[in-house]
Ligand binder design. Sequence first.
Ligand code: WT7
Length: 643
Amino acid sequence: MHEELFPVKPEVAAAAHINAEKYQQLYAASVSDPDGFWATEAKRIAWIKPPTQILSGDFTGDVQVKWFEDGTLNASVSCLDRHLAERGDQVAIIWESDDPNVHEHVTYRDLHARVCRLANVLKSLGVQKGDRVCIYLPMVVEAAVSMLACARIGAIHTVVFGGFSPDSLAGRIQDAGCRVLITADEGRRGGRKVALKANADAALKQCPGVEHVLVASVTGGKVEMTAPRDKSYNELCAAASPECEPVEMAAEDPLFILYTSGSTGKPKGALHTTGGYMVWASFTHQYVFDYKPGEIYWCTADVGWVTGHTYIVYGPLANGATTLMFEGVPSYPDASRFWQVVDKHKVNIFYTAPTAIRSLMREGEAPVHSTSRASLRLLGSVGEPINPEAWLWYHRVVGDHRCPIVDTWWQTETGGILISPLPGATPLKPGSATLPLPGVQPVILDADGRELEGAAEGNLCLKRPWPGMMRTVFGDHPRFVQTYFSTFKGYYFTGDGARRDADGYYWITGRVDDVINVSGHRMGTAEVESALVAHPKVAEAAVVGFPHDIKGQGIYAYVTLTAGEEPSEELRKELVAWVRKEIGPIAAPDAIQWAPGLPKTRSGKIMRRILRKIAANETDGLGDTSTLADPGVVTELVENRVR
Ligand code: WT7
């Protein structure tokens, strides 16, 4: 544990929206008078009818939480229309291509017109308020345009990460009941092409409900177009009007669904609604990044993840920011790319994931030192715990000791950041997400659900609703209640473990459920297992996470073959390729161990605790194995551990 303290520099505190004293005041006010606090904060977005009701519902019973219920608005108006008078010609999106010689500036006025054109196209296809539209696009401006165009007409978007397989895409389209898919001919990443339309075609064989496919031209590559289903995004938008009246939405009308992995079953559609989410996106983006007008802000996430939703699109645009969208990868053309982009566009605020920092650390300091990075003022981290070594490197090498680091803890379900330093207010400890934002009441519970006081370690839960939280699992409210509110009655359970130190700082220790975090992406072990057992040669599979230098956690699979099948290097490769194809490259196992048997209790339950230890090479402390049906299995697995 690295307990070095990095105090807030006085000049940073003086220039910030929030200093230490202001944080204390805001936090106290958010607890003593939440309705008053959020009634004021709600004013930060554009309402058609401002709300008079603030919060109803809590974490008990059927968990029907509603924020700003009688307010009406349109999210795209907060992000676009209301900026036109003051900053219509300011750049809203800087798009940096995978190709370092190509970029584009999109002003708020341009973006408004592009969104309205697509909104009109969607309307002409019969898309109405409440309809679901799937977005399967690379990191191009059309992705943001598509999200906002849906919002404009009240359609619910569900963005699927371009790295997901046809099967994963199909599952999400079916679950959400999408009528329309917006995709592209191909994507570009690290100089290579990604066959998005071909993947979409494969997925759509299983999705008869999709009536229309809009295909954006990104690479100009030749793709198959199936008439009358497939249409050119570019041609239809060019012919559409650049004006479109926004649809008046109730605060609790859905804005989007985003699928996320859990410990069991298929990915869940986390449903976010309009008013509370927009308030949370704007509030957290302004305060955590201490955003000031005119600054250039860059979040390196993909719009396929919640970080891209809240901190590339909705938060920054609600705040009238200039947000940078990057199509490429940190290593292309070389390991200096991030910092070259920072210099090229004079980026002030840079927000990335620990896995990216660790992979760049491995390349040494020279690729960083070859750039100036003088524009940088603030650095951010998200997606997984950042190890102190990576934190210190980020601070020293990337930030030249000058830039505070905000280590932001949150989840798809939370809609936005919940625990994070505020750069002008919070002394930093490398590896700690530090303190809750105003309006956030974390608690640490022991296994029996008792709230622990002071310095403690246990299950991280939240005690009160916050405006940005998900409202339900799309189409399955009982699953929402079961997943998040049944383990500890009356609390939202995050699935994370955490330690709180004597200063009240939170240290996230990682998931305590069967979810693993691979390069900041969540993966349910059950999903990988079911992909493996779908292979005809696999009888049984158990998947666990293990410590991985770059990815944070890697995927370790124990595989039992069907009778008569022999393990081989060829079969190992085949299984890795199989999982990539079934789910997507992010789910590909890093290690496969052939397991003649798995450690099971006499009732047949796989003892994952033991499998995790073996994968982590912590075979000295395997604990009690006496309850196993066949303790000999463990010895065999330990002896044949992979690497
Ligand atoms: C899980 C949520 C937050 C958006 C991206 C991931 C882990 C996230 C941190 C952090 C330690 C973190 C948690 C969480 N996580 N940020 N700063 N420190 N852990 O969203 O896919 O919904 O994953 O990511 O385990 O539960 P997600």
